[in-house]
Design a protein around this ligand. Structure first.
Ligand SMILES: NC(=O)c1ccc[n+]([C@@H]2O[C@H](COP(=O)([O-])OP(=O)(O)OC[C@H]3O[C@@H](n4cnc5c(N)ncnc54)[C@H](OP(=O)(O)O)[C@@H]3O)[C@@H](O)[C@H]2O)c1
Length: 325
C-alpha cells in the first residue's frame, strides 16, 4: 500500500516520504480500516520537526492522528464492528496511508450522510474544543466566552460548540476581515480582526469593562498574556497550545478567583477513555446542522507535502484533509 513515512525529523516537508509500505493487519482488539480521508492537525507539523511525543527511536512513523474509512477486517475479540462499516478512528498515528490499524476502542461508527473528509476531521478538534470549554473552562449557559484563533481547526468548532452549550456571547479573533466574516456566519457574535483592532480594548468596550468568563487560548506568546487581561473576576483561561508563541510552563497566579490552566486532549482521554464516545454527539450535531466542520481543502495522499505547507501558512479556514480515493 502507499503511505507517507517520516524516517528522520526535519523542519521542511521533504522528510515526508510517499512510498510503498507493507499493509498492516489487525491484532487482538483492533480494526484494519481502508482509509478514505485523514485530517491534518497542527501537531503533525510538530511531529515532523521532532517536537511532539515521538522519539527518534520510534522512526520510521506514519503520521496521521485521525482518519475515516471502512472496516476492512476486525481482529480477535472485536464484535461490535462489521466489514464494510464506515468508521472514524483516532489512534493518533498511522492515518496518512491507504490502510491503517486502530484499537477498536478508539473507533466509532459514522452515521449515513456524513462524508469521510468531514468525519475524519471531527475527533481532534471537536473533542479538544468541547472538553477544554466544559471541563477546565467550566463554561455554563449565559456566560461570555472568547475563542482565540477562530479560523483554526479547533477555533471554528469551538465558536459553534460554545453556542451549543448556551454561551451568552461568543467573541473570537482572527487575522483578516474575510475570516472574521466567515466566523460571524458560523455564529460568532463578535469577530475581531486582530490585524487592525486591539482585541483587549474591543472586548472591554463590548462587555462594559467586565471581560469574559472563559477564554480558549491556542496562540501563545503575547496573545496568552493579553488574554489574561480580559478575564472577568472568576474567569477561566484554558490554554491548549501555542501555535505561534510559547506558553508558561506553570500558569500564573491570578486575582479575584481567576484561573489559568493547560489542557491536553491526549492526557484527558488517557484519563477518561469512555469520553471518546462523545464523538457520537458531534455527529448528531452535524446532522442537525448545529455544527459545521469547514473543509478548507482536500489534497491527495501523494501531495501531503503541499497539504502541510498549506496548513503551515495563514490562508486556511477550518480543516485541511488528505483523501486516499
Ligand atoms: N491541547 C490539545 O489537546 C490540542 C489539541 C488540538 C490542537 N491544539 C492546539 O491548538 C492550536 C490550533 O490547532 P489547529 O490544528 O486547530 O490549528 P490550525 O488550524 O493550524 O490554525 C492555526 C491558526 O493560528 C493562527 N495564527 C496566528 N498567528 C499565526 C502564525 N504566525 N502562523 C500561522 N498561524 C497563525 C491562524 O489564524 P489567523 O490567520 O486567523 O491568525 C491559523 O489559522 C495549536 O496550537 C494546536 O497545537 C491543542
Amino acid at each position: 500500500m502507499k503511505a507517507i513515512r517520516i524516517h528522520r525529523f526535519g523542519p521542511g516537508e521533504d522528510v515526508l516520504q510517499y512510498e510503498e509500505v507493507p499493509k498492516p493487519s489487525a491484532g487482538a482488539g483492533e480494526l484494519l480500516v481502508k482509509v478514505e480521508a485523514a485530517a491534518l492537525n497542527r501537531a503533525d507539523l510538530s511531529l515532523r520537526r521532532g517536537t511532539y511525543r515521538v522519539a527518534p527511536e520510534d522512526l520510521p512513523i506514519i503520521p496521521g492522528r485521525e482518519f475515516a474509512g471502512r472496516v476492512e477486517s476486525a481482529g480477535p475479540g472485536v464484535s461490535d464492528f462489521r466489514a464494510g462499516q464506515p468508521v472514524v478512528a483516532y489512534p493518533t498515528k498511522g492515518g496518512y496511508a491507504e490502510y491503517a490499524v486502530t484499537k477498536a476502542a478508539l473507533a466509532r461508527p459514522v452515521p449515513d450522510g456524513i462524508e469521510p473528509a468531514v468525519a475524519a476531521a471531527v475527533p481532534t478538534v471537536c473533542l479538544t474544543a468541547w472538553f477544554a470549554l466544559l471541563e477546565d473552562g467550566a463554561l455554563k449557559p449565559g456566560e461570555n466566552v472568547l475563542i482565540q484563533a477562530g479560523s483554526s481547526g479547533v477555533g471554528h468548532v469551538a465558536v459553534q460548540l460554545a453556542a451549543v452549550v448556551g454561551a451568552a456571547r461568543v467573541f473570537t479573533t482572527s487575522g483578516g476581515a474575510q475570516k472574521c466574516a466567515r466566523l460571524r456566519e458560523l455564529g460568532a457574535d463578535e469577530a475581531i480582526d486582530y490585524t487592525s483592532r486591539d482585541f483587549r480594548q474591543e472586548i472591554m468596550k463590548m462587555t462594559s469593562a467586565r471581560g469574559v468568563d472563559v477564554v480558549l487560548e491556542m496562540v501563545g506568546g503575547d496573545i496568552y498574556t493579553k488574554s489574561l487581561e480580559v478575564l472577568a473576576p472568576g474567569g477561566r483561561l484554558v490554554s491548549i497550545g501555542g501555535a505561534v508563541g510559547p506558553i508558561p510552563d506553570k500558569p500564573p497566579e491570578l486575582t479575584d478567583g481567576r484561573k489559568a490552566t493547560r489542557f491536553s486532549i491526549t492526557n484527558y482521554l488517557n484519563a477518561h477513555p469512555e469520553r471518546f464516545k462523545q464523538l457520537d454527539t458531534f455527529f448528531d450535531l452535524i446532522r442537525q446542522q448545529k455544527l459545521r466542520i469547514v473543509i478548507d481543502r482536500v489534497f491527495p495522499l501523494s501531495e501531503t507535502r503541499a497539504a502541510q505547507r498549506h496548513l503551515e501558512g495563514r490562508d486556511h479556514f477550518g480543516k485541511v484533509v488528505l483523501a486516499m480515493t
